[in-house]
Design a protein around this ligand. Structure first.
Ligand code: ADP
Length: 364
């Protein structure tokens, strides 16, 4: 297939058809009225099929608005134009091209645009790889900073937590000797003790995790372990006014780390409560049921839900949509569920909220 010139002579055509660059011409009414051999070889088709605006059909739908706008503006202003976009090649694949055009004049009158089109797919792909690499480096440096932070927390927090626990124990004993009037104070101090013990346990677990050791497993009743998270969920700042429903099947026994499973549920419930913040009629439903040889635990909310394209990536570290979020909670949930031989995922709720589910293998 050769170029189909309207009014050019032989030597010009020979030259235009032998250059390895696509060349085109648009007349003064914006119709394409000529292109060279390279163009037709690249796009397939012939001039009669590609006159007028037909070439725009070959432009990638995501790029076409940009292309029309850039060419339209240049055409109006009779100015040079240069645009990068994707265009469909004869094999059906989209290729990136750099298309540059300049106005041309005949007898001093504007006659249209003449331009060239170069395939720049390799360069574009190299650029995209470099961008992805740069993003990965930023992610890694954030991950590294976070890991130093976690190490510092784990290292420096253990000792004061132990001290808080020990002091609280001592004070509770002193108060106990002063008789019944101290009951409220004793209860308060005991809560401090419990919180400190829990925090110390989390720090110990982080240490084990960092050292690659498995946390300690015990045979436990899944419902009882999940119930252990109740006071923490109830006292969450966003829990006020939320209706919380528990539906836990009995008789589900698994080998697990109670602290970690409790933590997993607290993380899911905290996210759910945050997602429903300020919404009227907020409901949190926590359920556990038998599913063959597995326990399946679900945490359903009536919040804004998780869009389908986000459902897999939110379990990766550092993925967050919250201005002050760290994107660590679900990553930890995923690590805990898989370390227990289970799975974790998120679905859309019947009423539009999110339903997070995880499984735990039951002891035979
Ligand atoms: P963070 O809470 O710090 O953002 P997470 O790993 O816990 O980190 O959560 C990651 C992201 O997952 C959140 O930023 C949010 O966009 C989304 N997400 C988690 N839970 C829910 C939920 N119940 N409803 C809607 N989106 C959620």
């Amino acid at each position: 297939m050769g170029s189909e010139a309207v009014d050019e002579d032989g030597p010009f055509l020979e030259l235009a058809d032998s250059v390895p660059v696509m060349l085109w011409r648009i007349n003064s009414t914006f119709d394409c009225d000529w292109a060279n051999k390279a163009w037709f070889e690249f796009t397939g088709g012939t001039l009669p099929q590609q006159t007028g605006f037909a070439w725009l059909d070959l432009v990638h739908p995501d790029d076409s608005d940009r292309v029309v706008e850039a060419f339209g503006r240049a055409f109006e202003a009779r100015e040079k134009v240069s645009v990068e976009f994707r265009i469909r090649r004869v094999d059906g694949r989209y290729r990136w091209v750099l298309d540059s055009g300049s106005p041309y004049f005949r007898d001093g009158l504007f006659a249209g645009f003449i331009g060239s089109c170069v395939d720049i797919t390799e360069r574009k792909e190299a650029e995209q790889r470099t961008e992805a690499l740069a993003a990965e480096m930023v992610r890694l440096s954030r991950a590294e900073a976070l890991s130093s932070l976690a190490t510092a927390i784990v290292h420096d927090l253990a000792q004061p937590l132990q001290a808080i626990g020990a002091y609280a124990e001592g004070v509770a004993e002193i108060l106990a000797n002063r008789g019944p009037s101290s009951e409220e104070a004793i209860a308060g101090v005991n809560e401090i003790r419990e919180a400190a013990a829990r925090a110390a346990g989390i720090v110990r677990n982080c240490r084990s995790l960092a050292a690659g050791r498995k946390s300690e497993r015990v045979r436990a009743d899944v419902a009882a372990v999940l119930r252990g998270a109740e006071p923490w969920i109830r006292s969450h700042p966003d829990a006020a006014g939320v209706s919380i429903d528990w539906n836990l099947a009995s008789g589900l026994e698994a080998e697990l780390s109670p602290l970690e499973i409790e933590q997993l549920l607290i993380n899911l419930a905290s996210n759910a409560l945050e997602a429903m913040r300020g919404m009227p009629g907020a409901e949190l439903r926590i359920a556990a049921a038998r599913w063959g040889g597995l326990a399946i635990v679900s945490v359903a909310d009536t919040g804004r839900g998780v869009p389908p394209d986000m459902r897999k990536i939110i379990f990766r570290s550092l993925v967050t949509t919250k201005p002050k979020g760290m994107g660590i909670g679900l990553y930890v949930c995923h690590a805990i569920a898989t370390a227990h031989g289970g799975r974790i995922w998120v679905e859309a709720g019947a009423e539009g909220g999110a339903v997070f589910k995880f499984t735990l293998p039951l002891t035979p």
